[in-house]
Design a protein around this ligand. Structure first.
Ligand SMILES: Nc1nc2c(c(=O)[nH]1)N[C@H]1C(S)=C(S)[C@@H](COP(=O)(O)OP(=O)(O)OC[C@H]3O[C@@H](n4cnc5c(=O)[nH]c(N)nc54)[C@H](O)[C@@H]3O)O[C@H]1N2
Ligand SMILES: Nc1nc2c(c(=O)[nH]1)N[C@H]1C(S)=C(S)[C@@H](COP(=O)(O)OP(=O)(O)OC[C@H]3O[C@@H](n4cnc5c(=O)[nH]c(N)nc54)[C@H](O)[C@@H]3O)O[C@H]1N2
Ligand code: SF4
Ligand SMILES: [Mo]
Length: 699
């Protein structure tokens, strides 16, 4: 029988709206939801078809038989596997206290379910991936604007100028955002792009600044100096909404464009021209804080500088600027219910909130749980349940992680694939793929807020289950069933929708429910109470930081130069893969089976390396991966670049096993190196050596 459903893509965490056709329980077609995306979809989205058929994913629950990581498993029924996990968790709770259990997930709109489970079983230790993603940007925004990184959305389509720092949007895709950038360019908007190398985004940019790695803070300080010198800012907005402007003026006095030019390699004249341009374009201008600046040791301050520039541009709640996301309340509507359980009043294992008072308590910082495993302080961590989270590819140095995780008595992976961590864990609970499962209803904020639902296109092909059922069943076994008030997805949907007045059938027509017919316009005159800082203003000088012993305006320190014969490792995404979980997808693997290393032409010549040669990349602990060289003039000579997610170590994934280089393995020693002010891990602070290599036999 032929079917067509509206649902949400799950090949990455952007969750684009899609329309899926199926016949006889096989997916036959996937396209972007025509009501929102005009059919647009990325290559990974289309490859969802291959995911459902992939035989190299776990097909039923698995319990470890041999040593951790040895790859010896026995299959188990769901009842047996869930009993096993619940019994172990109860034993650990009895022996060490519930707080010794960590539950983690890849964040996102369904995390209320996993967080509720964690809190209900008595642990405050719910965590996520963000210490390697947006935490520094988040904390920077929180310290200056009083709201975190999700406190703003970007009206890119209507912008006159979009400025991106390492936000390589045309590789690191978000389809709705990409469409906006293209529309903006079509409308004559300008795109300024800052990176250490040429990318697809730099190729589309109207202005490209190729900087020395780790010097964006210097560039921002030079820009701030020039903005203030030229009076190229919104004086009215600053007087009304910004505090600490005079301290800022004094501070940036020393950081002239000429100084910045020497530090980051962008010409002084170009910085001055750029400031003239942005003065013309404001307030329809966006300095996107992105993510990349969250991966150096001073990223928190670079990110604060970007937020400061946005404030000076007066672009908040302006057309083509930064918009405060609107939700159901702004449309005079009630939102759906979410699962919830109060957080147990126990100190977090990662120290966030007690030892580290300047960090957002929310999901804490995942890597600091390893500290607790190592020292037993504030108490030992003994179990880790990872839902859609691959610790070994998310955090650096998997070998260091394994040594510490061996202190745990239970490691669980709830995943659609064998993750690197899952392969090392004790139990794998196979999650149904996004095309084979329903999820609970979510709110999508924006100028036109909506409710959205994921609906399964086909029934699970293997013995896998949706998360609403896995967590319900675990909760029942742990005696905390009352926090999961449903027995079927229909009951959960009804319970969620009850206050809204909508019914589940209302999603059938388009896959979502718009809460307003017309976009809610920006309200630049309604900013009272929007900045949740103590003063209600954008605070360039923050008392909270001062209390934590941190400066608000931190003097610039130049990044370390690479040791002789080494290069700074920078990494990123490509349009064909999502982190480390699509490399074995039959379609995507065919299109890109290997990663590569980009190296500057002059450096390659010194090493006797030509474009296309196979080369070895070696990290501090001797780990080596062999990949083809991409020799180019357009990467800074101090840096080498590779695509994240390769060099996988799960033998069952035969298409990708051992192919390419693993950037997280090259980052040995970085598991405890964080930006002290922002909490993010310093993923860009490792150095590698490059040498000529041999083409591997399997390549
Ligand atoms: N196809 C695809 N799209 C994705 C994802 C995916 O896995 N695949 N993941 C999603 C996720 S979770 C995220 S967080 C986003 C990430 O989105 P981005 O932050 O845009 O992503 P990255 O690919 O990590 O890009 C990092 C870029 O920063 C550059 N860079 C390195 N050092 C510096 C520096 O010192 N200064 C500057 N200015 N640039 C530097 C790198 O060369 C690289 O081009 O992408 C999202 N989109
Ligand atoms: N060295 C290095 N480290 C990095 C990065 C880097 O570029 N280089 N990028 C950083 C960034 S920006 C991020 S966001 C993090 C991401 O780190 P993670 O959050 O760990 O990333 P993902 O690979 O997106 O997904 C984790 C797991 O989810 C599984 N998964 C996929 N779909 C589903 C599903 O439908 N259900 C379930 N249950 N599981 C599913 C995948 O198989 C994978 O094992 O990594 C960070 N760490
Ligand atoms: S960006 Fe691509 S993979 Fe991610 S949700 Fe959208 S279509 Fe799917
Ligand atoms: Mo991310």
């Amino acid at each position: 029988m032929k079917k067509s459903v509206y649902t949400m893509c799950g090949m990455c965490t952007v969750r684009c709206p899609i329309r899926v056709e199926s016949e006889n329980n096989k997916v036959t077609w996937i396209e972007g939801n025509p009501h929102l995306l005009n059919g647009a979809l990325c290559a990974r989205g289309t490859a969802g078809i291959a995911l459902t058929k992939d035989q190299q994913r776990p097909q039923q629950p698995l319990i470890r038989q041999g040593e951790r990581g040895e790859g010896k498993w026995r299959t188990a029924s769901w009842d047996e596997a869930l009993d096993y996990v619940a019994d172990k968790l109860k034993g650990i709770r009895e022996k060490y206290g519930a707080e010794s259990i960590v539950v983690s997930s890849r964040g996102g709109p369904w995390q209320d379910m996993y967080k509720t489970f964690c809190h209900a079983i008595g642990s405050p230790n719910y965590t996520n991936h963000d210490d390697t993603c947006g935490r520094n940007t988040h904390h920077a925004s929180l310290s200056i604007n009083g709201v975190g990184r999700k406190g703003f959305q970007y009206d890119i389509k209507n912008s006159r100028h979009l400025v991106l720092f390492g936000r390589n949007t045309f590789d690191s895709l978000r389809i709705p955002e990409n469409r906006q950038v293209l529309d903006m360019l079509d409308n004559g908007g300008r795109l300024t792009y800052v990176d250490v190398r040429q990318t697809k985004t730099s190729n589309k940019a109207t202005r490209f600044f190729l900087v020395r790695p780790g010097t964006d803070y210097a560039l921002c300080l030079g820009i701030l100096h020039q903005i203030i010198k030229e009076g190229a800012y919104d004086n009215d907005f600053v007087s009304q909404w910004v505090s600490g402007f005079s301290e800022l003026s004094d501070f940036v006095e020393q950081y002239t464009p000429a100084w910045a030019a020497k530090e980051c390699g962008v010409e002084e004249g170009a910085i001055k021209d750029f400031v003239r341009e942005i003065n013309d374009d404001r307030p329809s201008i966006i300095f996107h804080p992105g993510w990349m600046l969250t991966r150096y040791r001073d990223s928190f301050y670079a990110s604060r500088a970007i937020h400061t520039i946005n404030a000076l541009m007066g672009s908040i709640e302006q057309k083509g600027g930064l918009l405060i996301p609107r939700g159901p309340g702004d449309c005079g509507k009630k939102g759906p219910r979410a699962l919830d359980c109060p957080k147990p009043d126990i100190e977090r294992a990662d120290g966030v909130g007690k030892k580290y008072t300047h960090f957002d308590k929310g999901p804490g910082l995942a890597h600091l749980n390893f500290e607790a495993m190592k020292t037993g302080s504030p108490y030992p961590v003994k179990a880790w349940v990872a839902m859609r989270h691959d610790l070994f590819t998310q955090m650096p140095d998997p070998e260091a992680q394994k040594a510490l995780l061996n202190n745990c008595e239970l490691l669980v992976s709830i995943d659609v694939h064998y993750s690197e961590y899952g392969w090392f864990s004790d139990v794998i609970l196979p999650h149904a793929t996004f095309l084979e499962r329903d999820n609970h209803i979510v709110v999508q904020k924006g100028a036109k807020p909506r409710l959205a639902r994921r609906k399964k296109a086909i029934d699970p092909i293997f013995d896998t289950k949706p998360s609403w059922e896995i967590f319900k069943q675990l909760a029942t076994r742990m005696g905390v069933d009352e926090y999961f008030p449903y027995n079927s997805i229909e009951e959960l949907w009804d319970w969620q929708l009850e206050p809204t007045g909508y019914t589940i059938e209302d999603f059938d027509e388009k896959g979502f429910i718009s809460l307003t017919d017309t976009p809610i316009p920006p309200e630049p005159d309604n900013l009272e109470g929007k900045f949740k800082t103590p003063s209600g203003k954008i605070e360039i000088v923050s008392e909270k930081l001062t209390k934590a012993g941190l400066e608000s305006l931190k003097p610039y320190e130049s990044p370390e130069a690479p040791p002789e014969g080494k290069y700074r490792l920078v990494f990123g995404r490509c349009g064909l893969h999502t982190h480390s979980h699509t490399q074995n997808n039959p379609l995507l693997n065919e299109m890109m089976p290997y990663n590569y290393v980009s190296i500057n032409t002059a450096e390659a010549a010194k090493l006797g390396i030509k474009n296309g040669d196979w080369v070895n990349m070696t990290g501090a602990d001797g780990y080596t991966g062999t990949v083809p060289a991409h020799v180019t003039d357009f990467i800074h000579p101090e840096a080498v670049f590779t695509v994240h997610g390769f060099g996988r170590q799960v033998p069952k994934q035969t298409r990708t096993y051992n192919k390419g280089v693993s950037d997280q393995r090259l980052m040995s020693g970085l598991l405890d190196k964080m930006d002290e002010a922002g909490g993010g891990l310093n993923l860009c602070e490792s150095f590698v050596s490059i040498s000529r290599g041999e083409k591997p036999p399997e390549a």
